[in-house]
Design a protein around this ligand. Sequence first.
Ligand code: ADP
Length: 589
Amino acid sequence: MKRKRLVWQIFPSFLLVTLMAIITAIWFASHALEIFFLDQTATELKDRIALVRYQIDPLIDPLQAERIDRICKIAGQISSTRFTVILPDGRVVGDSQENPAHMDNHAGRPEISEARGSGMGRSVRYSRTLERRLMYVAVAVSQQDRLAGVVRAAFPITSLEDKMQAIRWRMAGGGLLIAIIVGLISLLAARKISHPIEMLKTGADEFAAGNLDKKMPLPATEELAVLANAMNKMATQLDNRIETAINQKNELETVLSSMREGVVAIDATEAIMSMNPLAAEMFECDRDKVKNRSIQEVVRNLALQTFVSKALSAEDSREEDITFYRQAEVVLNIKSSPIVDTTGQRIGTLLVMTDVTRLRRLENMRRDFVANVSHEIKTPLTAIKGYVETLHNREVDSPEDTNRFLGIIIKHVNRLEAIVEDLLSLSRIERDNFREALNLAMVRMGDIFQTAIQVCQKGAENKHIDIQILNGEDLEANVDATLLEQAILNLLDNAVKYSEEGSRVEILAENRNGMIAIHIRDYGSGIATRNLSRLFERFYRVDKARSRQLGGTGLGLAIVKHIVQAHDGEITVDSKLGVGSTFSIFLPR
Ligand code: ADP
């Protein structure tokens, strides 16, 4: 619907009413004026009739038509009025302008019949004889209570009508002037009424646009001033409420953002209501684009979908670990709790998520570790038990066999000892305060290499393996010498163990990017790429049987890794199956 401005609604009504009033006034005035003029003329005509009547009255009975006609003609000339004398039967006996003998019967003329009835008649009409509008006034002449005739006077009213017309025109001109003035005044008045309302409208528009701190001016009209005041108050309250709401929202946002858990609120239709930054990170999605989108669409994970559906229909909280398969596996522990609104109505569910990938991995590792330790210890123990029982039951006769059995027992006991020793080293290194207990000192690399070589020299010689120090003997680093010796020894020991007879092992140290790099290179069996990632895990062995046969515990590399980490260093391996391996330790100087 096309809406008009208030001023254009008020103004035309004003104008219409004024115009109607003016037109009505003019109409009444001109009508009254006309009646007044006609009455005036009629009275005048009556007076003129009275003047001629006293001459005519005695001539009617007995009738002296000729004299009557002459009087008519003379009086007509003097007073520029047409006089006509008519007998009761309608016959004309005298007329100022015409020959009565040629005139038709006048009994039917309205003024005549009226005069015959009531003594006087009056009529205004067009005279074909004179070709103009005339006023006729007829007066009955009675003699001895009997109608003897009618004297009629006629006067052209054309000039009267012209005058009336002129007056009408002047009145119309005056009316138009008044209408223009009134129109202007009503336009001003309409504007005066509509202006404050328009001001209110502008103010309300400002409020609607969010400029609630602007106040609208108070109009002079009382009712509108009250309205403006109420609206100003409303705006102030609204502003305060919005500010409070924003503050609350910001507080909530801050709390959610600083939470170390991911939080997602989901409504009953599984659409996301809100999500904190950590949750967006966990789900790898853009937080700004997820609002009102279905969680199923944002996060494609079947387990999560099932969990959400169940959580939405469940009355109580639920908890589940859900695995997400990305570049690396991520395990999220998700807890759900129902969201209810102030009326107690269930509107959705809240998911609180914690990344438990590391925790679960550690738990698994611990479990595996215990299983591995038990297994590692059980194998030599079972062997020892078997041989000891055999000896105890004296089932062996010869001293050679007895010696051989004892040799085997010693081998297993040594193995047990090695495992226990390695475990003790590991647990020592893993202790929380181990770093602080490090015995740091500037040490020459050559000294460390020599000590480590001395320890494994015998094993190397047995396999005719040559251990060479290629470079960097004089480099120094701030390390715990005993621990670094052990790390180097473990690496040398592995290098010798997993190399063929007659091979060689090289050690070198160098400066690299402000770190000291120690490389232990062998030309032995090498390790397949797929096994490299797990190499430093406890008890991990590429070939279990071979390692065990070579006296390995599966803990050597784990110990090396922990020693290096205690020094804030890093260890890497570069290996190729059948070609050889290089283990590199990087330590800060
Ligand atoms: P182990 O006591 O069995 O040697 P480690 O922790 O020292 O245990 O080593 C883990 C595994 O890594 C070994 O079982 C072996 O398969 C592999 N490995 C370690 N060093 C080498 C090497 N220099 N060459 C080939 N394989 C190696």
